[in-house]
Write a protein that binds this ligand. Structure first.
Ligand code: KG4
Ligand code: ZN
Length: 364
């Protein structure tokens, strides 16, 4: 179980660099279980994160090279209540003190989402507190609002995770329109599958990033789908296949492939990473131009990648847009970004107790 760094995000508290928490501020409990992290956080109404606990299931999925949905839901069943208890204990919060219970209800793995939602419903019912349904992808963008400590809307939002690669026009925290997404695999999924092909560990993103550090990004010219296409789409499955061919050879061709030495792995990792980053950065630049917006917020697990962050920063500087990338501990799945529930709370947008999960991407 990890504690993600508590982040005091309210403007006056942040200006002094110290977290100021006023005990009279209302608190909510946010629950996140959309994929393979069981997470809970307690956040006050000025967005101070009083506790943020994440129990990751990486070891359980490692040998499969990706998340196995059934294993993920069973692990949530075991981990979620202890994680919630820990978040309440660490923040010194009694259940009765809570103003609301928030939970990610979409998108994600159906069984995983259901565990979080059922826990949240039970708490809301027993405590007679309002229930708030959070969109996990919107929460990934809201992580940038948390990090900035001030309003970041309107902006272009980019969420790059294991399940999603989506560009949004964000008029407000909860007023978000999908501009485009991947037509096949998500970028994070490609990182995970390519890591498996290269014999690297799971999750693949950090492993590829480490291997790429010693490699030549120009060693292999991998495809960059949609790079010069005005549509704001992504595609990563062909890139994944291109890496497979570079490792195993093209089926039906006798051409020998270089052995998978550590130097070759480093070159393939660096070349693959560069291809993904090229496309993500270029599509973001196009989205800025097409929307006329001047700010970009980037979240999701892949946004933890240093090369990606570096290239985004260079492009922001050159193109003259403001860039906010969530800090790494708020990029990968966590419940602190469930602070977006305060926006819904203030709009009076509460969920009924018969609310259901929505596993697929919600387009508007
Ligand atoms: O947002 P996230 O924690 O979960 C989902 O909602 O999917 O994203 C997980 C994904 C995984 O595919 C993982 O390989 C990728 O984010 N990831 C990275 C890095 N850290 C995590 N990808 C590239 N570079 C990284 N440093
Ligand atoms: Zn996520």
């Amino acid at each position: 179980m990890d504690r993600t760094e508590p982040t005091g995000q309210a403007a006056p508290a942040q200006q002094s660099g110290t977290e100021i928490h006023n005990d009279t501020l209302r608190r909510l409990l946010a629950i996140e279980s959309s994929c393979d992290e069981s997470a809970a956080a307690v956040i006050d109404e000025r967005l101070n994160v009083l506790a943020s606990i994440v129990a990751s299931q990486h070891e359980l999925h490692e040998r499969f090279g990706g998340v196995v949905p059934e294993i993920a839901s069973r692990a949530h069943l075991r981990c979620l209540l202890p994680v919630i208890d820990e978040a309440l204990r660490e923040s010194g919060t009694e259940l009765d003190d809570l103003a609301a219970i928030a939970v990610a209800t979409q998108p994600g793995l159906v069984g995983s989402l259901l565990v979080g939602l059922t826990a949240a419903k039970a708490l809301a019912l027993v405590l007679d507190k309002p229930l708030i349904a959070v969109d996990h992808i919107h929460a990934h963008i809201y992580a940038c609002r948390m990090a900035a400590g001030r309003d970041v809307f309107p902006c272009v939002g980019l969420v790059v995770s294991g399940g999603h690669t989506n560009l949004y026009e964000c008029r407000g925290a909860t007023d978000i329109r999908l501009l485009g997404s991947t037509v096949d695999d998500a970028a994070g999924e490609a990182f995970d599958k390519v890591a498996q092909l290269l014999g690297l560990s799971y999750p693949g993103g950090p492993a590829i990033e480490r291997a790429a550090a010693g490699g030549d990004p120009r060693a292999v010219a991998f495809p960059r789908p949609f790079l010069n296409d005005p549509r704001l789409c992504f595609s990563f499955s062909g890139l994944k296949t291109a890496v497979r061919y570079a490792v195993q050879g093209v089926p039906g061709q006798d051409k020998p492939v270089p052995p998978l030495t550590p130097a070759r792995v480093a070159d393939l990792a660096a070349s693959f990473q560069e291809a993904v980053v090229d496309v993500l950065v270029e599509k973001t630049r196009q989205a800025v131009r097409q929307t006329g917006l001047h700010r970009v917020c980037v979240g999701g697990g892949v946004a933890a990648n240093r090369r990606f962050r570096e290239r985004l920063a260079e492009t922001a500087e050159r193109e003259g847009f403001e860039l906010i990338v969530a800090p790494p501990h708020l990029c990968t799945d966590n419940a602190a970004m469930g602070a977006i529930a305060w926006e819904l709370f203030h709009q009076g947008r509460f969920a009924d107790l018969d609310v259901d999960v929505t596993p697929g991407l919600v387009r508007a």
